[in-house]
Ligand binder design. Structure first.
Ligand code: SPD
Length: 276
C-alpha cells in the first residue's frame, strides 16, 4: 500500500492511502489517476487534486447550479477547463440548455477521465455538448456576445492557469456573455490560499458590477473550505428569491433551496478578507 500527499502549503499536507496509480505525461502537465481507499478514483494534475469519485458532487453542483439558476433562461453555456466532464454533467440537468461548449486545453485530461472516471465524464458525449481543444483565452476572443453562462472550472492559479485569474481574462469573459449573462469561477480556499482568493475577487470586481462570493465544503481541497465567485453586469445576483422553484427540479446531493436562499452568507473572517 502506498500513500499520496498533496502539499497544501509548505507546512500542511493531505495524505490518502492508494491501491494503485496510473501516470501519464501530456504536453501540458503530469496527469495521475489514483485508486484511493477512502475517496475512490482521484484525478491529480501536477500533484494537485482536481476531483475524486466520492466528493466531486459537491464541487460540480456548487460550481454549476448557482449561476444556472440565477440566469432566467440559460441556453448557451461555456465551460473553460473542466475536462473531467463533471460540470458539463450538472449543466445538462437544466432543461433550457440548448448547447454546452467545453473548452479544455489538454485533450489527455478528457481521455483519462473518459477511461477512469466514467461517472464524472458520463455526459461528454451528449449531443448538446461540443468539445474544443483550445486555449480558453483565444477561444473567448473568437466568440463575442454569445453565452448566457460561462463557468471557469480551472485548476489552481499556478503555471499556465495563472492567466485565468486576471482582469484581462475576465474582460474577455464579459465580452463573450450576451445580455443577462452570468459568469462563475472557482476561486480557491479563503483559509489556505487567502491571497489567491482575494486577488481573484479583486480582479473580477474590476470587470463586473455585481459580484458575490459563496462557499462549499470539499474534503479533498485545501482546508476543505472552498470559494466560488459569481458575477454579472446586468443581473442582480443577490436576488436568490427568483427562480428558486427550479432548484427543486434538480437531482443533487449538496445544492438545495436552503443553500440557494442564503447563498452569499459568509463567515465574518471571509467578509473581512474581501473588504481589506
Ligand atoms: N485545488 C483544487 C482546485 C481544483 C479546481 N478544478 C477542479 C476541476 C474539477 N472539474
Amino acid at each position: 500500500m502506498i500513500w499520496f500527499t498533496e502539499h497544501w502549503t509548505e507546512n500542511v499536507g493531505f495524505s490518502v492511502k492508494v491501491n494503485w496509480a496510473k501516470r501519464v505525461k501530456s504536453p501540458y502537465q503530469e496527469i495521475v489517476i489514483l485508486d484511493t481507499v477512502e475517496f475512490g478514483k482521484m484525478l491529480v494534475l501536477d500533484g494537485l487534486v482536481q476531483t475524486t469519485e466520492r466528493d466531486e458532487f459537491i464541487y460540480h453542483e456548487m460550481l454549476a447550479h448557482p449561476p444556472m439558476v440565477l440566469h432566467k433562461n440559460p441556453e448557451r453555456v461555456l465551460v473553460i477547463g473542466g475536462g473531467d466532464g463533471g460540470t458539463v454533467r450538472e449543466i445538462l440537468q437544466h432543461p433550457s440548455v440548448k448547447e454546452v461548449h467545453l473548452c479544455e486545453i489538454d485533450e489527455m485530461v478528457i481521455q483519462v477521465s473518459r477511461e477512469y472516471l466514467p461517472s464524472i465524464s458520463s455526459q461528454l458525449d451528449n449531443p448538446k455538448v461540443k468539445i474544443f481543444i483550445q486555449d480558453g483565452s483565444k477561444f473567448l476572443e473568437e466568440r463575442q456576445n454569445y453565452y448566457d453562462v460561462i463557468i471557469m472550472d480551472s485548476s489552481d492559479p499556478v503555471g499556465a492557469s495563472q492567466v485565468l485569474f486576471s482582469s484581462e481574462f475576465y474582460t474577455k469573459v464579459k465580452n463573450s456573455l450576451r445580455e443577462g449573462g452570468i459568469m462563475v469561477a472557482q476561486t480557491e480556499s479563503p483559509i489556505l490560499q487567502e491571497e489567491y482568493f482575494k486577488n481573484a475577487y479583486r480582479e473580477i470586481s474590476k470587470v463586473f458590477k455585481n459580484v458575490g462570493v459563496y462557499l462549499a465544503y470539499i474534503p479533498t481541497y485545501p482546508s476543505g473550505m472552498w470559494s466560488f465567485t459569481v458575477a454579472s453586469n446586468d443581473v442582480n445576483i443577490r436576488d436568490t428569491g427568483k427562480n428558486v422553484g427550479r432548484v427543486k427540479e434538480l437531482k443533487t446531493k449538496y445544492f438545495c433551496d436552503s443553500i440557494y436562499n442564503c447563498l452569499f452568507a459568509l463567515p465574518k473572517f471571509v467578509q473581512q478578507i474581501l473588504n481589506k
